[in-house]
Design a binder for this molecule. Sequence first.
Ligand code: GRF
Length: 227
Amino acid sequence: MSARAPTSKLRLGVLASGRGTNLQAIIDAIEAGTLDALIAVVISNKKEAQALERARRHKLTGVFLDSKPFAHEANSREAYDRAILDVLQKHDVELIALAGYMRIVTPVLIGAYPNRIMNIHPSLLPAFPGLEVQEKAVDWGVKIAGCTVHFVTEGVDEGPIIIQAAVPVLQGDTADTLSARILTQEHRIYPRAIQLYAEGRLRVEGRRVLVAGASESPAGPLISPSL
Ligand code: GRF
C-alpha cells in the first residue's frame, strides 16, 4: 500500500460499541489541533453506547445501526457490513477507526477499505489476541503489557502493526488496574496513528508498516521490574 496523498482533511468514520473513551481521545486530539482530521460519522451497533452520547455532545453525526434486522439473512454479518459500508460511503469516509467495536468485521468492509481500517487492541500483539486480554496478561504473569494500533485484516487482531506502547505489569495488579494503565496509553497512540496516516507517512509492505520520518531513538528499554 502506498501512502495517502494528504491533499484534503482526512474524513474519519469511527465504529464503537461501548463507553467510547478512545473516540473521546480522538475528538480531544482534533479539538486540540494535534490530529488534523474530522469525524464524518460515528456508528454504533449498540443504541445505548456512551460513544453515541459523546458524538452528540460534540455535535458529530452519530448513527445507531441495529444488527437484529439482519440476523435472519443467510450471511447476516456480511449483510450488516454492507449497511455499515453504505453509511460510511454516504459520509465520504476515507479511514475507519474501530474503537471498542465489538463485532468482527467481514471482507465486505475490509475489501472496500484495504489498509484503511485501524483498530486499537489492549495488548502487545501478537501476544494475547481476542478478548479480556488484560486479565490474561495478569494471569500469565507477564512483566510488560501494552497496547497496539494495527490495520485490520481478516484474521482477528492479526493485521500490520502501526504503533505500540508498553507499560509495566506491577505485582499487585488486577485486570482493572492494568487496564487503566494501558488505557492511558491507548488514548495517546490512537490519535497519533491516525495523524501519521493523515500526513501520508504510513506505507504497508507485507506485514510491516513503514513510518516515514519516525524517530528511531526512543527513550530506552522498559525493564520491569526495573533494575
Ligand atoms: C479498549 O481497551 C480497546 O483497546 C478495546 O476496547 C476497549 C474500548 O474502550 N478494543 P473504549 O470504548 O474506547 O473506552
